[in-house]
Design a protein around this ligand. Structure first.
Ligand code: SF4
Length: 375
């Protein structure tokens, strides 16, 4: 799959996402006796809950599962106990002990190295490359950005607003679900209750969270006031799909499929965005919604005729139509196919068409491929 060469590859567990290998080694699985010691820190722990920045057991379990399931034939997990001055210094990671015993080889097996080598290509053909629009968009912005992010495993700095859009989408979905049961248009009080219960931003301080929650409340109240008819016309919110596309499997979720108010025989896709229309993002958003139109037709067999982006913070012209003609969807398919082909053949060059992307890129200070960089 992505970036595969016919040799031993050493990578982080995060970096293995989407890949598959005949044999996987996961060495040195020791139990952590306590949370990592950050030592002296300049962070004011009175104001910042440092626990929110630590890995939790469920995160570790998910990562362990991702790494384990990369193995197609053999998985070796190693650990060891050792003592210093008679005291035990390490023991196995408890996640290791959660693996059912039936999966272990307990009898001597013939040396696997004498067997016919496992074909790398055969594995690639069997497994579809799992991805989503957001990952493909990074590739389309710059192939090297994708490599930095998903193969090298760099993470951009955390911003307090991280997850804001997702939280607002979640509450919209809950509002629609409640309407399906009660047939009552949600009140301002109910919006506040749902926000109090479900609005959670992992990296925001209480003060920032409060501001963002108020902003979400205004957006949601405006949405219900101006687009109340969505509740009666909605067919489905958060419709998940998996679209087989070339040698990839693209997963996603369509915010809303609804009947058109003017002609209820027509189905349309609505994609909610927090914020106002922004020219620099229009192309990227259009491609996303075009991909969702393709997924609705080909993966869900729902013949949507229109697609619109709804900007939740726009005071007027909140809904912008996206072109979904056969010609537009054909172009969208070509772009998506280009990204999938580039990723799965390991082509991660800086895209020369995107000269302006470097200055706004998360890696602009450390990327050796950035525009104007001289060693
Ligand atoms: S700095 Fe430029 S070349 Fe490097 S990853 Fe970002 S956009 Fe690509």
């Amino acid at each position: 799959m992505a970036g595969r060469v016919d040799a031993v590859q050493i990578m982080t567990m995060h970096g293995t996402k989407g890949l598959g290998f005949p044999v996987v080694f996961m060495p040195s699985h020791f139990k952590r006796n306590s949370a990592p010691d950050f030592g002296p820190t300049y962070i004011d722990t009175e104001k910042v809950d440092i626990n929110r920045f630590l890995n939790h057991r469920q995160d570790e379990r998910r990562l362990f599962y991702v790494a384990m399931t990369r193995a197609k034939k053999y998985l070796f997990i190693t650990s060891a106990e050792y003592k210093i001055e008679g005291k035990r210094r390490s023991s196995r990671n408890v996640l290791f002990d959660e693996i059912p015993a039936k999966y272990f080889m307990t009898e001597p097996k013939p040396d696997p190295t004498k067997r016919k080598p496992c074909s790398v290509d055969a594995v690639s053909e069997e497994v579809r490359f799992p991805t989503n629009y957001s990952e493909l968009a990074y590739y389309l912005s710059c192939g090297y950005d994708y490599k930095m992010r998903f193969l090298f495993g760099f993470n951009p700095g955390v911003v307090p607003q991280l997850g804001f859009g997702k939280q607002v989408h979640n509450v919209i979905n809950l509002l629609h679900k409640e309407y399906e049961e009660t047939k009552k248009i949600p009140s301002k009080k109910r919006i506040q209750e749902l926000l109090d219960e479900h609005f959670y931003l992992r990296y925001a301080s209480e003060h920032v969270k409060k501001d963002l929650q108020n902003s979400a409340k205004s957006s949601l109240e405006r949405y219900i006031k101006m687009w109340e008819e969505d509740f009666t016309l909605s067919v489905k919110t958060e419709r998940v799909f998996e679209l087989e596309f070339d040698n990839a499997l693209i997963a996603g979720s369509i915010d809303m499929i609804k009947r058109d108010g003017a002609d209820e025989t027509i189905l349309e896709i609505i994609d909610f965005k927090t914020g106002k229309p922004a020219t620099e993002l229009a192309e990227r958003y259009d491609l996303q919604v075009q991909l969702y139109s393709i997924a609705a037709r080909e993966a869900l067999e729902i013949n949507t005729k229109k697609a619109l982006i709804h900007y939740l913070d726009a005071m007027k012209n909140a809904r912008v139509m996206v072109e979904t003609t056969d010609h537009a969807l054909k172009n969208a398919k070509e772009q998506i196919g280009y990204a999938i082909s580039g990723i799965t053949t390991g082509s991660f060059k800086r895209d020369a068409r995107m000269n302006n992307t470097c200055k706004n890129c998360d890696w602009c200070t450390l990327c050796p491929k950035r525009k104007g960089y001289r060693e």
